[in-house]
Design a protein around this ligand. Structure first.
Ligand SMILES: [Zn+2]
Length: 131
């Protein structure tokens, strides 16, 4: 009964997306920091985030909410990819990573092979690198 009421209530409304999850996560972080610091500014900011998140979830302007989410993802996805690449590099103990001194392309060589000559696939430059 409550489920069907909720389903009817949410019909035609936007619901959740990546931006709303992000807003809720930031809200939770702000609220935890607020509990330790008691800075009212953080509590107000957290409250604004919850209100914005609720407004977006219940909104019937689906087109506009999707556009907001798309813009959010356009900003976040490159950062997320850089973070994932950084994590992969730091966890990879079998390779050494460095940038091509000529074009800046990220490259890797197997560790423990001594000094080796490396050829950049992006610009064709050859240089010596310690592995
Ligand atoms: Zn290069």
């Amino acid at each position: 009964m409550i489920r069907s009421w909720m389903a009817r209530f949410m019909t035609g409304r936007y619901g959740g997306d990546h931006l709303n999850v992000f807003l809720i996560v930031v809200y939770l972080i702000l609220y935890v920091v607020f509990m330790f610091t008691r800075l009212v500014v953080l509590e107000l900011l957290a409250l604004v985030l919850v209100i914005v998140s609720l407004y977006r979830s219940l909104s019937r302007n689906l087109e506009r909410r999707r556009a907001e989410n798309t813009r959010f993802l356009q900003v976040v996805r490159p950062l997320w990819r850089k973070w994932a690449a950084f994590r992969a590099r730091t966890h990879d103990k079998e390779h050494r990573y460095f940038k091509c001194p000529n074009c800046g392309q990220m490259m890797r060589v197997p560790r423990g092979k001594g000094r080796i000559t490396v050829h950049c696939r992006a610009c064709g430059a050859a240089f010596e690198e310690k592995s």
